[in-house]
Design a protein around this ligand. Structure first.
Ligand SMILES: NC(=O)c1ccc[n+]([C@@H]2O[C@H](COP(=O)([O-])OP(=O)(O)OC[C@H]3O[C@@H](n4cnc5c(N)ncnc54)[C@H](OP(=O)(O)O)[C@@H]3O)[C@@H](O)[C@H]2O)c1
Length: 252
């Protein structure tokens, strides 16, 4: 059946950063349940181990801090020597320090840009050669409403996510001719550790839901369909794009 082969990820090796929580964890679960071999990457080893033990499918994990881009090549070579080269890279690790513009520190600024903008590029650079050799690869970044909208107390985050939008295009320009498509998912508001302050503010959370066309905030499973599309042959001719999965927030 064409619908089954088109979106098939069976047997693909996938590296997922940020897989100990939220959107990365949901992506890792979805891909493992769909038959991919998933390597979950984040700092909290115990969370990764619990995830791996409780998830249906072929899973493994590697505990690493990827915020220092100088160490990424080394980290990736340790993972690939154990797990093989990835066909798909999901760059979901991210943070938001939520500092107001007046209070942003250099430390907070660098921490945000290092993890949210630099690590996706250097993770990709460390795995792309083998994808090019295979003439097939998929790299998925996570953009945000903050790629296009100014959110309160998120100036460094917004800069990093604006950067991700352009980085995604630039990566696509560099690598798509070799069969490696690069796209980004731009989620609306989804309940994760990152957005606890947003969802704890009931008024803001209701306001965000009302701003969407659909009338609610996101559930993590809303991201599964767009993710499978971008990870599979269904998106063979799609690259350098941001797909907003935001219930129509940015349509209004
Ligand atoms: N939630 C939303 O509504 C939303 C909306 C738009 C965009 N996004 C984007 O989606 C992505 C995932 O966000 P989320 O909401 O799922 O956040 P989350 O629940 O806070 O998860 C962040 C992940 O990043 C990992 N991480 C943080 N620092 C790391 C480091 N130094 N090295 C390695 N891993 C690190 C964390 O694991 P450890 O702590 O174990 O390292 C965790 O697995 C982010 O890029 C975020 O900007 C989220």
């Amino acid at each position: 059946m064409k619908n089954q082969t088109l979106f098939d990820v069976t047997g693909k090796t996938v590296f997922v950063t940020g897989a100990s929580s939220g959107i990365g964890k949901a992506a890792a679960t979805c891909l493992a349940e769909c038959g991919a071999k998933v390597v979950a990457i984040a700092r909290r080893e115990n969370e990764l181990k619990i995830w791996s033990n409780n998830t249906i499918g072929v899973t493994s994990f590697f505990s690493a801090d990827i915020s220092n881009s100088e160490k990424i090549k080394d980290i990736v070579s340790k993972i690939t020597s154990k797990e093989g080269d990835p066909d798909i890279l999901i760059n979901a690790a991210g943070l938001n320090t939520r500092e107001h513009a007046d209070d942003v520190t250099l430390e907070g600024w660098n921490k945000t840009l290092d993890l949210n903008l630099s690590s996706p590029f250097f993770m990709a650079q460390a795995v792309v050669e083998k994808m090019k050799e295979k003439k097939w690869g998929r790299i998925i970044n996570y953009a945000s409403l903050a790629s296009r909208r100014a959110l309160p107390s998120s100036i460094a985050y917004g800069a990093s996510k604006g950067g991700i939008e352009q980085l995604t295009r630039a990566m696509a320009e560099a690598w798509s001719q070799y069969g490696v498509n690069v796209n980004a998912i731009a989620p609306g508001f989804f309940p994760t550790e990152l957005t606890v302050p947003v969802f704890n503010d009931k008024e803001r959370s209701i306001r965000n839901a009302k701003q969407t066309c659909i009338g609610r905030n996101g559930n993590l499973e809303d991201l599964d369909g767009p993710l499978l599309f971008l990870c599979s042959n269904a998106s063979d001719y799609v690259t350098g794009q941001l797909i907003f999965v935001d219930g129509g927030f940015t349509a209004k």
